[in-house]
Design a protein around this ligand. Sequence first.
Ligand code: ZN
Length: 399
Amino acid sequence: MKYILIQADGMPDRPIKELNNKTPLQVANTPTIDKMTCISEVGSVNHIPEGFKSGSDVGNLSVLGYNPRKYFTGRSPLEAASIGIDLGPNDIAYRCNLINLVEINDHLIMEDYSAGHIETSKAEKIINYLKKYMDNDEFVLYPGVSYRHILVWKEGKMNLETTPPHDILEKKIKNFIPRGDDSLKINEFMKKANALIKKLKNEDSEIGKVKVSDIWLWGQGKKTTLPSFFDLTKKNGSVISAVDLVKGIGRCASMNIINVEGATGYLDTNYLGKVESGLKELESKDFLMLHIEAPDETGHEGDYKKKIQAIEDLDSKVLSPLLEGLKQIEEEYKILLVSDHPTPIELRTHSYEYVPFLIHQRGMNLSNHDFKGFSEDIVNSTQNKLDDGYKLIYKFLDL
Ligand SMILES: [Zn+2]
């Protein structure tokens, strides 16, 4: 049996006025998912345990079968692992976003948490410039993908409160700058970096045009140690994702990480390349996690048209060619379609509702329902409910 997990990041939503009080998932044209749903088991699941902040860090750990209560040590250590940073036992990793602040009525406002989804080559130029002036025995910056980078504070501190920048869009940053006992050096670091970015923008006309003004530090944590996915499930697994965080979880779980050229984590990603690489992996592996980030990003943008596009792309550019490719293999397969958390358009950030899932098996009718399509409706009316989301994968894997 081959097992394929499709993680549609942030796909579930809330009813939207402009869509006649329907959600993007309900409105999107998804013939392949609809067809699958009719013969799939459906249910609802919660990947964010009570007391945890809804995020892709906690959510993806749970999706892959790791109880966040036991294994979550912060977001950044997972991302650090993905770019091969070996954290010492007392090192603290911080997520370093490239962001854009604007000044309105003497207040600095978080205009963009992603610096306009900055191109990686331009972001690298900025981070490397900062490194030249700011790396020392205590602090080291590491360039990542697009707007997502890492700062390591060696033998560092983490007793401070930080805020994800995508949670405070359009808000004054004044109330959200890092605060608490250990915040002084972090705030100094941010200030210095911001002055340097200003300088670089004046010197370099290409960077001058980018919608970037600052860095933003958050998501701090110590090194994450996970038992391997194989030890938990007795399945050999691979992970395909554009997102460092998801790759980092895979790496910490000793899974095979596949880098696909042109994978951006956005609407312009190389969907077909991801599917083709996934099918190739399944020749030798039992399990594949295919992570699709665009529904989450478009949710953060608050653009329901783009979110509908992301969902339709999931249907036509991921599931349709995947099923087509799977026809060529002899072996039986199962597909789990699920999300880590909702990213509602109205909030432009993650929320805490349960999310729908479906379990599909080749040639089998697993249906436990009358739904014609896959949507948030399932969450409201199914009896098939899992409160501890990390247990879902064991059910999927018949364990
Ligand atoms: Zn997510």
